[in-house]
Design a protein around this ligand. Structure first.
Ligand SMILES: CC(C)(COP(=O)(O)OP(=O)(O)OC[C@H]1O[C@@H](n2cnc3c(N)ncnc32)[C@H](O)[C@@H]1OP(=O)(O)O)[C@@H](O)C(=O)NCCC(=O)NCCS
Length: 377
């Protein structure tokens, strides 16, 4: 029998050595491979950031061109997976569809059973390109619109918006979306990444690890929070309610307000700093600042009342809505970005693998408990 006291939710437990992402939750610092997220948000691109996460250093001009070429070349879905997207129930959520379709991709991936380093890198390109395609194509299919062909000349962000809307995005929209992808790309051992590493560590395969990660991301305590934030804003708007009164009532009813709080950050989530600014800029540019202003009032109140800070999911909600994106695509879009981090962690895990198998503190009936024959129970 073990004697350790379990840390609820593994809080504060160090469960892996990793060279990918560093967080200082007290100082509000997030860095990918040592480079501050603020610098990446302002100066990098999603492709460059994904390269950094996978290969450990910023790419040269030639390496970045190669990375973009490989990613663009992987922008294709097996026809069977496209047919699967058409056949899934129309009342399924895009996140469930993404989970199912990513699992199905393994049937058509030449490297499915190959867990070596190079095969994992090849699968990382494909999964990164294909997750974006699945989200964009499924949204077109469910709306009865024709699927838009990928454009290899566009960036990952630009191509996603193009395939989603059928229109070339404005430079402002593309830049804002690209920055959101950078900000969401990795976050150390968050729940979905940990799930991916646990699955990869059994020597299963990358598609299984990513499918499991998508399942973990879906929950409202993790990636599903961005959708939940927008549903709160919609409810406030529909009821014509005062935003502060609305969340005051939520707290009085002992409900959590999505988009606030964090297991690791005890100060401002550095990603929220950028998302707040982008939400404000995009709302103002659209001539309708309603969602931003509502969000800001809630943020000020929650900070004052509960000392809780807005997290990555709070302002991404108003930002994506202002970009014209449907609310049930927010969490799938989180996956469009987070696949970069999942892939980096799967590669890192399998480069130096050991099965992840912790222990539980046993709190059940005392051993040895009697076995009572069924006729005497
Ligand atoms: C992120 C989150 C899951 C972290 O969870 P955690 O580290 O287990 O922290 P807890 O849920 O134990 O919260 C600690 C305290 O703060 C409160 N709290 C945390 N987040 C809160 C929120 N969003 N709204 C209201 N109260 C909150 C809890 O009720 C708890 O209070 P108590 O000690 O009086 O019971 C949690 O803050 C949360 O549920 N946030 C909303 C969902 C969300 O935005 N998730 C995305 C994270 S990036």
């Amino acid at each position: 029998m073990t004697t350790a006291v379990a840390a609820r939710g593994l809080e504060g437990i160090v469960a892996a050595n990793s060279g990918i992402c560093w967080i200082d939750g007290d100082a509000g610092v997030l860095a990918y491979r040592g480079i501050d997220i603020h610098e990446l948000a302002q100066r990098s691109s999603f492709e460059e950031t994904a390269y950094l996460l996978w290969f450990g250093a910023l790419p040269t001009v030639a390496q970045l061109a190669d990375f973009r070429k490989n990613l663009a070349a992987a922008r294709t879905l097996p026809p069977e997976v496209l047919r699967l997207l058409e056949s899934l129930p129309k009342n399924g959520t895009p996140m469930e569809v993404l989970r199912t379709a990513v699992s199905a991709l393994s049937f058509y991936d030449a490297d499915e059973k190959n867990n070596d380093h190079d095969a994992n890198v090849r699968k990382s390109y494909r999964l990164t390109a294909q997750i974006a395609l699945i989200v964009a194509c499924y949204d077109r299919i469910r709306k009865g619109k024709p699927v838009v062909a990928a454009d290899p000349t566009l960036s990952h962000a630009g191509n996603f918006l193009w395939m989603l809307t059928g229109e070339k995005p404005s430079p402002t929209a593309e830049k804002a979306f690209d920055t959101a992808l950078i900000l969401h790309a990795d976050h150390e051992l968050n729940a979905s990444t940990f799930a991916a590493r646990v699955i990869a560590a059994t020597l299963s395969d990358a598609h299984s690890a990513v499918t499991g990660a998508i399942g973990a991301l879906k929950g409202p305590l993790h990636g599903g929070a961005n959708e939940a934030v927008m549903r709160i804003l919609f409810a406030i708007d529909k009821a014509g309610a005062d935003p502060v009164e609305y969340v005051r009532q939520m707290l009085a009813d002992k409900k959590k307000v999505s988009g606030f709080g964090h297991r690791v950050y005890h100060t401002e989530d550095p990603r929220a700093t950028h998302l707040r600014r982008m939400s404000e800029d995009l709302c103002k540019a659209s001539g309708n600042s309603k969602w931003f202003e509502m969000s800001r009032k809630i943020e000020v109140y929650i900070k004052e009342e509960k000392k809780l800070n807005a997290n990555v999911d709070f302002y991404s909600a108003s930002m994506y809505t202002t970009l014209g994106i449907d609310v049930d695509l927010f969490t799938p879009i989180f996956a469009v970005s987070r696949i970069a981090g999942w892939a980096a962690h799967i590669i890192e895990q399998l480069d130096d693998n050991r099965l992840i198998r912790p222990r539980a503190e046993y709190i059940g009936p005392e051993y040895p408990a009697p076995y009572t024959p069924i006729e005497q129970r």
